[in-house]
Design a protein. Structure first.
Lengths: 102, 208
């Protein structure tokens, strides 16, 4: 049987943060601040999760004039299920603990 | 939202993110746009610069990941040129020794023939890979090619050392007869094992 690829600690952290408000659309910088992940780590994870259908994305016009639209993300149903299955409490994930360690 | 920090630092951050966006592999256009738009929403210049460096790291990582997952293909013409350059001198040497041995009935030249055998053998394998598009080889052929690739440079270098005591005076011959054919043979073994076929010089979609 093919085992699904294990998610990294950072991906689990991101899922946990998104699971806090699963219906809310979040932008990259916002997620970076909440998770503590730098853009160099965050973007590859976002790409991977979107590819696997765990996240959905949309473009939202900026409320501020002259600013470009922002890319927003939120969990899909499958992403929500995965996040609940591998849930890491945000308070613990913030200090770098993964589901396996918890 | 007002912007905080040096405008110069912000301009640098925007430049870096533009570079990061252009470095992303094909098919990541939306992510390139995501990076370039997000930088305009970060209030602090220092944070924007940090974000930009992260984007460069993410882009390079993606680029490298795509490269390593793509099968490297060699142009048929480049491979032909490489094989001609590497095997022609040794093949000429092989046939010269064979002709000499047959004409003067010098049957003691078997050792020399074995050293030069990599030339015609390599030619046959290269012909198979390039013209017949069949780079794969059976295991015994791979072992034989590897053995010849070791034997030829070692034996030729020892021969040169035995005759003149140093390879420095004949380094061109050592490279031409010993080293280049061995490297080409190793390349053929690599192609055989990885099953990479030489790429056509003209892509299929451009053909009439």
């Amino acid at each position: 049987m093919i085992q699904p690829r294990k998610l990294s600690g950072q991906a689990l952290t991101l899922l946990a943060i998104l699971l806090d408000q699963p219906k809310k659309w979040r932008h990259g910088y916002d997620l970076s601040q909440d998770t503590g992940l730098k853009s160099g780590t965050l973007y590859p994870i976002l790409m991977r999760l979107c590819e696997r259908g765990m996240l959905e994305s949309k473009w939202q016009e900026s409320s501020e004039a002259g600013r470009p639209p922002r890319h927003m993300y939120r969990l899909t149903t499958a992403g929500g299920a995965l996040a609940r299955q591998q849930a890491v409490p945000p308070s613990r994930s913030a200090i770098g603990l993964t589901a396996r360690q918890a | 939202m007002s912007r905080v920090g040096s405008p110069g630092v912000r301009r640098l951050a925007v430049l870096l993110v533009s570079h990061a966006a252009s470095a992303l592999p094909q098919g990541r256009g939306e992510w390139a746009r995501s990076m370039t738009s997000e930088i305009h929403h970060i209030p602090e210049s220092a944070a924007a610069l940090s974000w930009a460096f992260g984007c460069i790291y993410a882009s390079y990582t993606e680029r490298i990941r795509t490269m390593t997952h793509t099968a490297p293909q060699l142009s048929r013409w480049v491979l032909t040129l490489e094989m001609l350059l590497c095997f022609v001198p040794l093949t000429l040497l092989f046939f010269t020794i064979a002709w000499y041995s047959a004409k003067f009935r010098a049957l003691d030249n078997f050792g020399y023939l074995s050293v030069a055998a990599l030339g015609p053998v390599g030619f046959i394998v290269a012909f198979r890979a390039i013209v017949l598009n069949r780079p794969s080889l059976p295991r015994p052929a791979i072992i034989a090619l590897c053995a010849l690739a070791i034997w030829t440079p070692v034996a030729y270098t020892l021969h040169v050392l035995g005759e003149s005591g140093s390879v420095l005076g004949q380094w061109r011959e050592v490279i031409l007869v010993g080293l280049l054919p061995a490297l080409a043979a190793v390349h053929l073994v690599f192609l055989a094992r990885s099953e990479i076929k030489p790429a056509d010089p003209v892509p299929h979609e451009l053909r009439g």
